[in-house]
Design a protein around this ligand. Structure first.
Ligand code: G3H
Ligand code: 13P
Ligand code: ZN
Length: 310
């Protein structure tokens, strides 16, 4: 089917009380692994490209492969720009066929974040494309920060409310303690569910997005390390916490690192066990099998999106 926009896919998730994985892709291998799993599971899915992925593969190519696969699928697929930095980043993707864009101006002063987000919303909405924005600083939870430093990095719920009203944005990424990459916590994992609950109270029935939500499955870490990876301190968001987030208004959960980890673990294993193989289809396939395993587990056991599009 045709790609759907973010509002359509996320509203259904809110109504049905489940989450939707937003998985990053950079090539056919990552995209096909995600989409094949979504179709097998009967799960709606969001796929997304960062500006780095666009630089790597080209915007038109990334749209074309996504449309080409989605055309033959029965489950809804949304194509999102991940962490657009500028109006031009967003415009380029909207013009190329993305159905949702994220404008990440969270590093700018609050008023500038509002102004830039509004500009993107205006351009996108005129073209049927929906927009995600972000407030708060996405940073890992360190062991030793002062209480005031600690508070400053999280999203202020009242500001989240004001921001949504001022911008007309369709979904909002908030900072409650998640962070990007394979090392997320030095000590125990900690997410600020109290902030999430306050946001949910102020913005009922509004889609919230969690970035940096890889769980860094320890069986994948072990496997990758067994075949030569060095992944000191690799630790993600516990699945119980992600499940809890999905029971609130979190309906888009961003996952990239888990796919990178599982893909490379599969390739490492294959190449070690088959040192004579030079056929890239074979080692890519080994990586793809593990991406599929990880995505399937999230749909079935964490986000609860399996069968939600049947
Ligand atoms: O949020 C960041 C994503 O994992 C994309 O990472 O900019 O290296 O493609 P990237
Ligand atoms: P992870 O690094 O936890 O996979 O987060 C990905 C992400 O937030 C993409 O926007
Ligand atoms: Zn992110």
């Amino acid at each position: 089917m045709e790609l759907v926009n973010g509002k359509e896919i996320m509203q259904k998730a809110l109504d049905g009380h489940y989450g939707i994985g937003a998985f990053n892709y950079v090539n056919i291998e990552t995209l096909k692994s995600i989409l094949d799993t979504a179709e097998e599971k009967g799960s709606p899915v969001i796929v997304q490209c960062s500006t780095g992925a666009i630089k790597y593969a080209g915007v038109d190519t990334l749209v074309a492969i996504c449309r080409s696969y989605a055309k033959n699928m029965t489950v809804p697929v949304c194509l999102n720009l991940d962490h657009g930095q500028t109006f031009e980043d967003c415009k380029k993707c909207i013009d190329a066929g993305f159905t949702n864009v994220m404008i990440d101006a969270s590093h700018l002063p609050y008023e500038e974040n509002i102004a830039l987000t509004r500009k993107v919303v205006e351009y996108a909405h005129e073209r049927g494309v929906t927009v995600e924005a972000e407030i708060g600083v996405l940073a890992g939870v360190e062991d030793e920060v002062s209480a005031s430093e600690d508070d400053a990095r999280y999203t202020d719920p009242k500001q989240a409310y004001d921001f949504v009203k001022a911008t007309g944005v369709d979904s909002l990424a908030i900072a409650i303690g998640t962070s990007h990459g394979t090392v997320k916590f030095k000590g125990e994992a900690k997410l600020r569910f109290d902030i999430l609950e306050q946001v949910e109270k102020l913005l009922p029935n509004f889609p919230i997005v969690l970035h940096g939500a890889s769980s860094i499955p320890q069986d994948m870490v072990k496997l990758a390390e067994e075949y030569g990876a060095v992944l000191k301190g690799a630790k993600g968001i516990p699945e119980t916490m992600l499940r809890e987030a999905c029971s609130h208004n979190v309906c888009k959960i961003n996952v990239d690192s888990d796919l990178r980890l599982s893909f490379t673990a599969g390739i490492r294993k294959h190449l070690t066990e088959n040192p004579d193989n030079v056929d890239m289809r074979k080692y890519n396939q080994a990586g793809m099998e593990l991406i599929k395993k990880v995505v399937a587990d999230k749909m079935d056991n964490v986000f609860g999106s399996t069968n939600m599009a049947r």
